[in-house]
Design a protein around this ligand. Sequence first.
Ligand SMILES: [Mg+2]
Length: 217
Amino acid sequence: MTNKKGGITTISFDSDGTLVTQAFADLVWHEALPQQVAESWGIPIEEAKKKLFADYESIGSQRMEWYDLAYWIKRYRLNLNPKPFVLQYKDAVTPFPEVPEVLDDLKDEYSLIVISNSARLFLDVTMSCFKDCFLRTFSTVSDFGTMKDAESYRHVCDIMGIMPRQVAHIGDSFELDYVRARKAGIRAFFLDRQHRRRMRGRNFVADLKEFRSRIRR
Ligand SMILES: [Mg+2]
């Protein structure tokens, strides 16, 4: 990759909420898994949901178990093989409308990678709809055993053999994608699709088209 304006050679994307909607993850965690619990335990689906959602809540997204389907299968004593189970729902993977065009456009100019909190099992299914856009994908949870933090961003840079300042990262979590990536020395962009934040920042964008024009500026 040749050096671009600002020294950016690599663009890193978050997956859920950035490249794809929550539809696939929500279908698996909020519908399909409760359905399995309901069938296996012989309880109504609403009761299964209530139980499961309360347990999701008590584990919380800061703990690795939250992302680990095998943990939930074991905890609920389900007779389920995680991979084929998840693969059944791959058609629910839904890219945001502008994503394919923007990726196609950027991929000749930059190395594109993905840095996600999704477990590898989910990330691989999600990424299968983007074929060969990405040089590499990282699940910090599965590959490094941590949430996205400054250290895992630096770790990715080491693996890729690049400096953090050569990377632009974009994602829809203010803390995980913006604050922590910046802390690692990466040029971070916050994707605010729903305009949830009143405050404006130079690196706040509404979609990936706006991101593309900022990166090229
Ligand atoms: Mg996200």
